[in-house]
Design a protein around this ligand. Structure first.
Ligand code: FE
Ligand code: FE
Ligand code: MG
Length: 171
């Protein structure tokens, strides 16, 4: 546990930051698994482009889980020890892929990214000027989540446009 490191945190309840970081930690693991399994089961048009994006995002979410776990430990907390706890602590939940079509998979993932953006934006607001180290970490992650949403939305738009063009040519 960082001691001088914690003394520089101003006007914030460290226990509360740890609780909120653990909720984000649960989100990251669930997001990681969601991308991992989506990449395996996804079907349909332009699925190779989707798989490349889903795999890259899975790797990013796992890296985020690492960053968040290390910060929880620095603050003197313990990252959630049992995967069962991911479901009781998560903010963003887990979207089990029910329809494997690439368009549905992308819709599920975009929802998840939008939730992640809200979570990290709130954590940035909470820690700004008060806990600079956590602020820096959540800001980096927030930038990744914004990029994730944009990448998925751009791919979604390309695929749906392509489908529309094909239908127009058939008719
Ligand atoms: Fe993430
Ligand atoms: Fe993400
Ligand atoms: Mg990407």
């Amino acid at each position: 546990m960082a001691r001088r490191g914690n003394s520089i945190i101003k006007d914030l309840d460290i226990t509360d930051i740890i609780t909120k970081l653990n909720k984000a930690y649960a989100d990251e693991w669930l997001a990681y698994y969601q991308y991992f399994i989506e990449s395996k089961v996804v079907k349909g048009i332009m699925k190779d482009a989707a798989i490349a994006e889903l795999d890259q995002h899975a790797a990013d979410e796992l890296r985020h889980a690492n960053l968040v776990a290390d910060r929880i430990l620095q603050l003197g907390g313990t990252p959630l020890l049992n995967p069962k706890d991911w479901f009781t602590h998560t903010n963003c939940g887990y979207e089990e892929p029910k329809n494997f079509d690439v368009v549905s998979i992308l819709e599920d993932s975009i929802k998840g990214e939008q939730c992640a953006i809200s979570v990290y934006s709130e954590l940035a607001d909470l820690t700004r000027d008060k806990d600079i180290v956590t602020y820096d970490i959540v800001s980096q992650i927030l930038a990744d989540e914004v990029e994730h949403e944009e990448d998925l939305q751009a791919l979604y738009d390309d695929i749906t446009e392509f489908i529309t063009d094909i239908k127009r040519n058939i008719n």
